[in-house]
Write a protein that binds this ligand. Sequence first.
Ligand SMILES: Cc1cc2nc3c(=O)[nH]c(=O)nc-3n(C[C@H](O)[C@H](O)[C@H](O)COP(=O)(O)OP(=O)(O)OC[C@H]3O[C@@H](n4cnc5c(N)ncnc54)[C@H](O)[C@@H]3O)c2cc1C
Length: 550
Amino acid sequence: MRIPPSVSEKDFSDALKQFEEAVGKEWVFTSDEDVALYRDAYSPLWGEPDELVASAAVAPDGVEQVQKVVKIANAYKIPIYPVSTGKNLGYGGSAPVLSGSVVLDLKRMNRILEVNEKNAYALVEPGVSYFDLYRYIQEKGLKLWVDVPDPGWGSPVGNSLDRGGGYLMAQYRNHFDSHCGMEIVLPTGEILRTGMGALPGAKTWQEYKTGFGPWVDGIFSQSNFGVVTKMGFWLMPEPDAFLSGTVYVPKHDDLIPLVEILNHLENTRVTNGMPDLGSPLLMIPMVSEIAVWNEGGGPLPPSAELAGLLAKSPGGYSPELEAYALKNGISYWSCKVCFYGPEKANAANWEFAKEKFSAIPGAKFVQNEVYKFPLTPEQQEKVHKPQFGIPSLAMFSIGARSPVNPQPLNGHMWFSPIIPRTGEAIFEANRVFSEAAKEFGLPNLAFSLPSTYWERAFIFIFAFPVTHDVETNKKNRAAFKQLVQRAAEQGWGEYRTAPVFQDTIMNTYAYNNHVLLRFHETLKDAIDPNGIISAGRYGIWPKHLRKAQA
Ligand SMILES: Cc1cc2nc3c(=O)[nH]c(=O)nc-3n(C[C@H](O)[C@H](O)[C@H](O)COP(=O)(O)OP(=O)(O)OC[C@H]3O[C@@H](n4cnc5c(N)ncnc54)[C@H](O)[C@@H]3O)c2cc1C
């Protein structure tokens, strides 16, 4: 059995006994077989001596047990690593940042404490998955939708603490933004409630976010200052109808006004669903089409002439390619805009959006199906489910064995920089990343389009392959770090990352001699002086381990 770093065998064995007393013997896992389940299946360090692995796992079933575990960990200085459903694939899975930590597995705490239909919110424990919450709402016949990320087996608490995103109306898509009220077990074992939750008997804990005084919720996301044991979330009342329409524009440079008009429509809330960018010419699917394309339902392969032109236009552009597209009526870009609301209002908003996009010469429009709710089973099978608040695992077709991908990889790590929400920035990011790929000896990066989860900035998501070949993984990790650096030089920072890159990325947020990291460290030292909680998460190390990382 692995022992946590700087802990004696005797102390560890005593602590494990006390964990067993606190949560029950069957909920403390120490066998190699059990502990291996907490390995990160997508680990870019797979099979290497430095792979991040746990020493044991403890699974409490309530907040009192969490308090006991935290107090024991503090007494013996055992590093613990809380996870909710532990499905953070691409960003670390359920493996700790500091090898040898004990995973605090909160999956058994899976109570849905309240769902309020009239005021559209839920209060849940960390082990509640998106599937659980969806089923609960369906079984009770409540007219509420949950904003789900693509993999429905994760949890509102775990996903939002890592600042994940989904697909519904703008105000729900940023999952940390749409939480309201938290309960946290601090490293001392004390329970803190944030927002209105600090008021004993509060009647609006899940309805008013900020309470009184400094609003501290943010410091518990992408951090290691406590164990979150409850969180409130605002849910989306089921809308009357959904309409989406796709705008097609003919020329390469049309992407610039396309994004400008889109931004205006979103920022004035004319469109309220997640927009979706694609390129029929460059054969880039919109997000809502990815699963269908991966199943072999994409467009026909390009003609020999187009394939030749595409091969000669590595940055996604050449005058010849554009001329071919214009001659053959193939649009350069597509943008789907989505509307949730009353059927008539959606139709009027779509008309208004068309008027605005018509400023781009040659813009064409296709209105897609209008949906009323609940969807029929046939409709459910056709749509991108998360866009309708329905959890699913279909996105795992990315990189999975399929007709278009007969030799799948072992996983991927997401390189996900945030760039400005402009067409110019899309071109610039592609230029910078494709030059960098050449320089760092990576396969040519095909032109790609960013995702539109967040309203005010784009996020570029590149899936970097993870294999079980040590040399390939080493090379990819080195290239990933170089890309992070190159992005930072352009002023583009990552929004989230796997543990193996967290120090590198935190280091790029270096304004004023790393004052932000030093501020985090000051908080860490005050809140968790023994550094027992999630040591190293997002580059925040406890004092006694800081030097080793420098
Ligand atoms: C194909 C694919 C598609 C994906 N699509 C999306 C997507 O659309 N949107 C998206 O956001 N993500 C996406 N992901 C990433 C990831 O799978 C999800 O974000 C997933 O929801 C995270 O897992 P989880 O909810 O189980 O969180 P967890 O793994 O439980 O938590 C994540 C981290 O937060 C911290 N944490 C969790 N719970 C607590 C707690 N109670 N107290 C203190 N700290 C805690 C821990 O450090 C933990 O490692 C995708 C991944 C893949 C492979």
